[in-house]
Design a protein around this ligand. Structure first.
Ligand code: DGY
Length: 418
């Protein structure tokens, strides 16, 4: 099978009836940001299936506009924590937290890719995206600072990033839920978050569930509260894509409201730049300080359209590349907390690379964008469609036959993102 056929075959094998699981067994449900990237991958060869992915994800949308991190379409014992732990009343069952909001970007991508034939389904999807972006502001930035808060590491998608370590230390390790991890039955525990992190992850779930998933209470009481540079950059990008959709499907008032949010977000996101580290950083909203650790999320403001720092950030990537480090490690390889195999503490993730490459390309840093895209393609070509990759020895690690890795390979194979 050639490479394109192999990537398509992974999406087809992980298709569970209109939604795509990230990979068999390890992640047996529909994940929010996975599906947004996967929809873009489907769009390269099956636009109808791409729309279905988006529509099935939105079956999980709550009344208040939240698009949850997980939609539990069908039961499975392969994953912890399942719907009974989340205790959310929704049909289909869902988790109770968001994930990075790539969805509006995916909808615009699928529409532009398909052309006029996609207008009907895009028009039907548009009001749900509007409600979701209003949710982000109301639930996570009620004072309209321009930065949304993240209350659980799982919301960032970068669960065990060293950037969360100090803030996570404030979270107690006691849980009312019995922890029965399934992930380490599927992949090597050395590639996954540690036990103590899971205790804190589940403590937060217990805490939020006890509020009845009340957004205002969660924001008040969470001991973990971060302005994640990744989530905020992805949201700013999504607002720009939503504005493009609003110009086609919305009214003047909606366009003005989105444009106002964009202007506010541009200013405050720029304020996450740290001159000493020469990188964009996340802010701890309880301590008030920038978290002094460089991660791959710190490149994403370029994807959000902030291009002024792109040359400096491109220079850092070139420096790593010239030392033989595969781009882009999720944690600065010179940081003491860097671990090349452990999930978000070092490994390379294809979806992050796609966003970084696209941002660099748009910022006029075409050569580095091509390096990031070429490294991604080489890693996948040599090691397979793994969940993530060791940036030092370039091995594929985590889950195998991974949907979003296949989707990104399809996109990069066509030159999308560079
Ligand atoms: C997990 O369970 O590992 C996921 O990253 C949560 O979204």
């Amino acid at each position: 099978m050639n490479r394109i056929a192999s990537a398509r075959a992974i999406l087809a094998a992980n298709d569970r009836g209109g939604y795509t699981v990230p990979t068999d067994r390890l992640y047996p449900f529909q994940w929010n940001w996975d599906s947004a990237f996967v929809a873009m991958g489907w769009a390269t060869f099956d636009a109808a299936r791409a729309w279905r992915e988006i529509e099935r994800l939105l079956e999980g949308q709550w009344e208040d506009g939240l698009v949850p991190q997980i939609v539990f379409h069908a039961p499975s014992d392969d994953y912890f924590p399942g719907p009974e732990v989340w205790g959310v009343e929704h049909t289909p069952p869902t988790s109770g937290i968001p994930q990075p909001p790539v969805l509006a970007t995916a909808v615009r991508f699928v529409l532009e890719r398909q052309g006029p034939a996609g207008i009907k389904r895009a028009r039907a999807t548009y009001p749900k995206l509007v409600r979701n972006h209003l949710w982000w502001e109301r639930a996570r930035d009620p004072e309209r600072s321009g930065l949304v808060a993240t209350l659980h590491p799982w919301e960032t998608g970068m669960d065990n990033s060293p950037a969360w370590d100090a803030a996570l230390d404030r979270v107690p390790t006691e849980t009312t839920t019995e922890i029965r991890r399934r992930d380490i039955g599927h992949v090597d525990a050395a590639f996954r978050p540690r036990g103590i992190e899971y205790q804190r992850f589940i403590h937060l779930v217990d805490l939020f569930r006890e509020t009845g998933w009340n957004a205002r209470r969660m924001l008040e009481i969470s001991p973990f509260k971060i302005a994640d540079v990744g989530t905020n950059a992805i949201l700013l990008r999504a607002e720009r894509d939503l504005l493009a959709l609003a110009e086609q499907f919305g009214d003047g008032g909606e366009c003005a409201a989105i444009a106002e949010r964009i202007a506010r977000k541009e200013t405050v996101l720029a304020g996450l730049w740290d001159e000493a580290l020469g990188h964009y950083l996340s802010r701890d909203l309880i301590g008030g300080h920038l978290i002094p650790i460089r991660t791959s999320a710190g490149f994403l403001p370029i994807f959000a359209g902030l291009h002024g720092r792109a040359p400096a950030l491109a220079g850092r990537l070139e420096g790593w590349r010239d030392r033989g480090i595969a781009l882009v490690p999720s944690t600065d390889p010179d940081a003491p907390s860097f671990e090349p195999q452990r999930y978000w503490r070092g490994p390379v993730w294809a979806v992050v690379n796609w966003m970084i490459a696209r941002g660099l390309q748009e910022a006029g840093e075409g050569a580095v964008a091509r390096s990031v895209a070429a490294d991604t393609r080489r890693l996948i070509g040599d090691a397979g469609f793994s969940e993530y990759f060791n940036p030092l020895d370039r091995a594929g690690i985590g889950g195998e036959a991974f949907s979003w890795t296949a989707a990104i390979d399809l996109l990069l194979g066509e030159g999308e993102g560079r």
